[in-house]
Design a binder for this molecule. Structure first.
Ligand SMILES: *Cc1c(COP(=O)(O)O)cnc(C)c1O
Length: 229
C-alpha cells in the first residue's frame, strides 16, 4: 500500500513539475494539496510519512474528526475545499489552516467572528462559480469583486486569492483561461490575493498552464475513493 502510494505521489509530482516547466514556471511556486476525503486518517498518516504537508477535505465533520486523529502531526495543513454552512464556521475555522470556499459575505462574517482571541489570521480564498448552477457553490463572477472587498474588511481573515472547479461541460483550458481573467479582476482590488486554487486529477496540467498556484489532487494519488458510508 505504502509503496503504491509513494509511487503515485512521485508520479504526480513529476507530472506537475513537467507541466510547470512546459508553462515556463518554477515548480517550487506550486502547492500540491492531496485531497483525502472519504479516506481514513491512517492514509493521512501515510502521506505525512511520505512528506506531504498539505491535505484537503470537503466536509467539515470529516475534517474535524481527522484533525483530531492526526493531532500529533503539528505541521500538517488542512485545506477546507467543500461548501461550508455558516453555522459550522467555528468548527471549520478550528480545524482548517486555509478555507478555499468563501462564497458569500455571511460566511466570511461567520468565519471572522469565529476567531479565538490570539488565534492566527485565517487564510481564505473566494470561490467563484464557473457554471450557471448555484448548487455547485461559489460566488457568481459578477459578485466576485464585491465579495473580495467584503472579505478584505474582515480583520481576522487574509484574502489570498481565488478558487474554482472547472465545469464538467467545458474544456478545462477554456475554463481556466476564464478563471485567469477573474483572478486579474480580483487582483485589481486586492493586489496581494495572488493564489489560484484550481486543477484536480483530470485537469491539473491545464490549470498549471493557466497560472494555478494550488492544485487539489485526490484520486490520482490516493487511488479510488471508498464509497461514502
Ligand atoms: C474531491 C475534490 C478534488 C479532488 O478530486 P480528484 O478528481 O480526485 O483529484 C478537488 N477539489 C474539490 C473541490 C474536490 O471536492
Amino acid at each position: 500500500m505504502q509503496d503504491q502510494l509513494a509511487r503515485r505521489l512521485t508520479e504526480i509530482d513529476d507530472r506537475i513539475a513537467a507541466a510547470a516547466r512546459d508553462a515556463g514556471r518554477d515548480p517550487a511556486e506550486l502547492t500540491r494539496i492531496v485531497v483525502t476525503k472519504f479516506h481514513p486518517a491512517s492514509l493521512v498518516e501515510e502521506l505525512y510519512a511520505l512528506g506531504v504537508r498539505d491535505v484537503g477535505e470537503n466536509r467539515q465533520q470529516e475534517m474535524t474528526a481527522k484533525t483530531a486523529e492526526t493531532a500529533a502531526l503539528v505541521d500538517l495543513r488542512w485545506h477546507f475545499i467543500g461548501q461550508a454552512q455558516t453555522n459550522k464556521a467555528r468548527a471549520v475555522r478550528a480545524a482548517a489552516s486555509v478555507v478555499h470556499t468563501v462564497d458569500r459575505a455571511r460566511l466570511a462574517d461567520a468565519l471572522d467572528r469565529a476567531a479565538e482571541p490570539g488565534q492566527d489570521v485565517l487564510d481564505v480564498l473566494v470561490q467563484v462559480n464557473m457554471t450557471d448552477d448555484p448548487e455547485r457553490g461559489g460566488v457568481a463572477p459578477d459578485g466576485l469583486v464585491a465579495l473580495a472587498e467584503h472579505v478584505s474588511g474582515c480583520s481576522t481573515l487574509k484574502l489570498r486569492g481565488l478558487m474554482a472547479v472547472a465545469p464538467l461541460d467545458e474544456e478545462p483550458a477554456r475554463a481556466f483561461a476564464r478563471l485567469h481573467g477573474y483572478a486579474e479582476r480580483l487582483r485589481a482590488v486586492a493586489p496581494e490575493a495572488r493564489w489560484i486554487s484550481a486543477g484536480m486529477t483530470g485537469d491539473f496540467t491545464e490549470a498549471i498552464q493557466a497560472g494555478a498556484t494550488h492544485l487539489r489532487i485526490g484520486s490520482a494519488i490516493t487511488g479510488p475513493r471508498p464509497l461514502r458510508g
